[in-house]
Ligand binder design. Sequence first.
Ligand SMILES: [Zn+2]
Length: 437
Amino acid sequence: MDKIVSLCKRRGFIFQSSEIYGGAASCWDYGPLGVELKRNIKEAWWKTNVHQRNDMVGLDSAILMHPKVWVASGHVEGFVDPLVECKACHQRFRADAVPADKCIACDGELTPPRKFNLMFKTFMGPVEDEAATIYLRPETAQGIFVNFSNVLTTSRRKLPFGVAQIGKSFRNEITPGNFIFRTREFEQMEIEYFVKPGTDERWFNYWLEERFNFYIRLGIKKEHLQLRCHGREELAHYARACYDVEYLFPMGWGELEGIANRGDYDLRQHTAASGRDLNYFDEETKETIVPYVIEPSAGADRSTLAFLLDAYDEEKDKEGIRVVLRLHPALAPIKVAVLPLSRNEKLLPLSTEIWNNLRGRWMTQYDDAQSIGRRYRRQDEIGTPFCVTVDFQSLEDNAVTIRDRDSMKQVRVPIKDLASTLAAKLSGEPFEAGEHR
Ligand SMILES: [Zn+2]
């Protein structure tokens, strides 16, 4: 983990928030490469779950919602952690995270646990009174439930269908930590998949498999993933069943995504609290039903951390240790780097021409500083799948060299075939050394 945190800072993936003021605890900013990586993860999720399916639509709902939403959803009453405070040093802990009744910092006596609501409160409008109190959403899910009828009527959906959303959520965690694993501001990738009651178990199992395989398709090693079933005592107040997709982080197995069968809890609660019908009329059976919902809910920040950790590799070579991020090409922040062999001005026109032709299509980088070996290393360390090298021979034979990040093999290709060759290799065609097209 220390290696990843250091690489993230050194290469511009992730910075401590407000660092020049000493840092804001457990808040992180995504730098130039981190924002590309995280966007690619969200893009892969959106493509898989929205664009490539005919039973899913997207939504982007507001972070600030009517306060009654959180009463109806059960969050005002039930979204709490037991909090204890040390009577001596006044540090606060989650009651279930400290042993017995002694402070882990100073051995002082602890107060009895009290309920601590994890929702962030703020004020809507200029008057700071109780009536104007609202919450930053602790999950994106409720934005989907309160829009159920809007989506149903405007998109003319039939069950089963899903609504997908990516967005920020906020939880005032008592003990955040482990880099971007647990933070108070985080980004979720959530699906609410509405089904007919009675088919919910089948769809629940379907989504378990679907979501587990998503991470494997994007390169996470299977032995670093597991599905864990929640015990009865662990289930959230709304859930009939829940599994976590867990990743083997350096600190142990941790949740990447929760997949829950929420039953008809949310739609019923909002129907009762709002007085608006959130039913579904089944044209075939002429019945009015309240759909059940299966919820695969993933963390974009945790996924980013897992993909970084899983991709990190060190290799011994003749110059010492080669650090390489073996990121899936779809996730790599930079897909192609264009590297002229040297800064000789004869290479400049052709190199920039090649760069300009590629950059409209992929996220690319142009680098002519330092030796070619050093530049390959820099690209390996940030996970760039392919480097294109322009040398003096290129001026004669109109060909360039493509170097593969993982095998370090090189092939020479005519410049006219460069884009199509890169496209094939970025979509998974094996890399054969010495191959000509
Ligand atoms: Zn203490």
